[in-house]
Design a protein around this ligand. Structure first.
Ligand code: NAD
Length: 280
């Protein structure tokens, strides 16, 4: 199975399918990521907030896979938006991972009600980490249209991705359209709605028709929208299932049937980024 590589706006590329490690316990992360590598995943999405960067770095170093075949993302935690703190936090991320470089570093949340509404200086600080070679690319997560407009207008630097909540119950069209309009690729977090979308009759019916599983159908829906996904599972069989999404296609009718179960803002499972103000 070949995972497509998508071009990013800074000239780099990213595997369209990866493996997310949110809620993977720190003491099981190295082993879980090693299993994901064995299944074929080459793109890992972690964050300082997840507490498991150390395990991701260990798995990368132990894998024997050439570093340029792997794609590793981490994110700036919410308590560290001030430039001096962001620099220290990135130093810590790099020391946790014990890698020469990572591929992508994101601002995890915009936190527009904190830090006097300043997420622009945070964004400008991330450009230093590209300049010093410790990350290849920088991007954002949970940025709404206004947040994206503002960082791009004030710094001239366009994020390569915006990682936002998206799944069949919540297509998140406004943040998605704003990202794509700027040439920013969308990464869909909780792509199967943490399992909640898998019992949807429309998804189940398409899965039965195609001889696939509901998870494969939901993930394929993202792929056909052109978005990047990194489902999480601790079970090898599910990791394998979630990996097998590039040998079938959904028809226009199937796409429309899945689009029709969008619940609008009610479908959001996570916090609204305009209001979210949590510092761990
Ligand atoms: P997900 O949609 O990937 O769902 C994961 C859960 O679904 C698993 O715990 C498991 O219970 C179930 N599952 C997985 N595969 C399955 C299968 N084939 N069949 C049945 N059930 C299955 O949710 P997630 O972990 O929240 O999101 C994926 C990744 O997105 C995270 O690991 C993380 O990397 C990222 N994320 C980012 C943010 C952010 O704010 N940037 C927030 C949440 C998640």
């Amino acid at each position: 199975m070949t995972v497509p590589s998508l071009p990013l706006n800074d000239g780099t590329t990213i595997p369209q399918l990866g493996f997310g490690v949110f809620q993977v316990p720190p003491d099981q992360t190295a082993e879980t990521v090693a299993t994901a590598f064995d299944v074929g995943y080459r793109h890992i999405d972690t964050a300082e907030m997840y507490g498991n960067e150390v395990g991701v770095g260990q798995a990368v170093r132990a894998s024997g896979i050439p570093r340029d075949e792997l794609y590793i993302t981490s994110k700036l935690n919410n308590g560290f938006h001030r430039p001096e703190d962001a620099r220290r936090a990135f130093d810590q991320t790099m020391s946790n991972m014990d890698l020469d470089f990572i591929d992508l570093f994101l601002i995890h949340w915009p936190l527009p009600t904190l830090y006097d509404g300043d997420y622009v200086s945070t964004w400008r600080t991330l450009t230093e980490f590209v300049a010093d070679g410790r990350t290849k690319s920088i991007g954002v997560s949970n940025f709404q249209s206004a947040h994206l407009d503002r960082i791009i207008e004030e710094t001239g630097v366009i994020p390569v991705v915006n990682q936002i909540e998206a799944h069949p119950h919540f297509g998140n069209e406004s943040a998605r359209a704003a990202s794509l309009a700027h040439g920013v690729l969308v990464e869909a977090w909780s792509p199967i709605g943490q399992g909640a979308t898998l019992t949807e009759p429309a998804v189940v019916a398409i899965a039965e028709k195609l001889g696939r599983t509901p998870a494969q159908v939901a993930l394929r829906w993202h792929v056909e929208r052109g978005d990047i996904v990194f489902p999480k599972s601790m079970h090898r069989a599910r990791m394998e299932e979630n990996f097998l999404i590039f040998d079938f296609v959904l028809g226009a009718d199937d796409m429309a049937a899945i689009n029709a179960i969008d619940r609008g803002p009610e479908g959001r499972m996570g916090p609204n980024p305009d209001e979210f103000a949590w510092i761990p």
